[in-house]
Ligand binder design. Sequence first.
Ligand code: SF4
Length: 267
Amino acid sequence: MDNLNKKRIYIALLLLSVFFFALIWAGVRYVQKLDDPVITNRIFSTFSIILFIAIIIFVIAIGILIVSLINEKSYSKTNKMIKGVIDFLFPLSLFIGKLLGIEKDKIKGSYVNVCNQVVKTKKFDLKPEEILILTPHCLQNAKCPHKITINEDNCKQCGLCPIGDLLKIKKEIGIQLVVATGGTLARKAIIEKKPKAIVAVACERDLTSGIQDVKQLPVLGVLNQRPNGPCYNTQVDLEKVKEAINFFLGGKYEQYVSKTDSTSNSI
Ligand code: SF4
């Protein structure tokens, strides 16, 4: 149930969005009854049927989503439909949330949690090199002189920012890592690196647009922390990053760490 609580803002907004569609449908039906001319009636009938079918699909998708969140169970065959409905209703949910005075970041954070859950209903057993960690440039210490956006291996792992820890993970298990300065470079990195899954670290805004952009790949989003304000010396919970990687590795994170250890010891 706690699993559901973390996502409840977005689920509630999804349900309100469906209610909004249901109100429009009820309005159309009402006007339809008042109106006499056959042609107008036909247009209204078609619109009303399309709207009704859409509402049914929304209700089924959100219903399955809620059940899967409560049971923490996989209904992976319905994933595409659920994700499609979640994304389709996102602008309306955001609008309704704003009307209700809910902070944009809270809604987007909840959206990211819901999308993560949808990804987690599927099982993965990928190799480390098939996974890409995509991080924003603001994780790097602002005073660091090393050009890690050109090559993350330029990081000296001095311990002043999380980039060094992420590089350690990369070296430890052989995962791919890219530090991107924006959406365009992130997209370019995805095309070049051809990952089968992405662990994306970013703020609510960037994660939301990134998840919606990369529809063809599973993405697990990890929200960054901003103790110094937005886009400046940001932090990330490394345990959450490792958890996400471990999920895509099918729970074999530690196995890959010991494999690398034994290889380097034997050299
Ligand atoms: S950990 Fe790497 S990127 Fe961060 S400050 Fe040190 S050298 Fe620079």
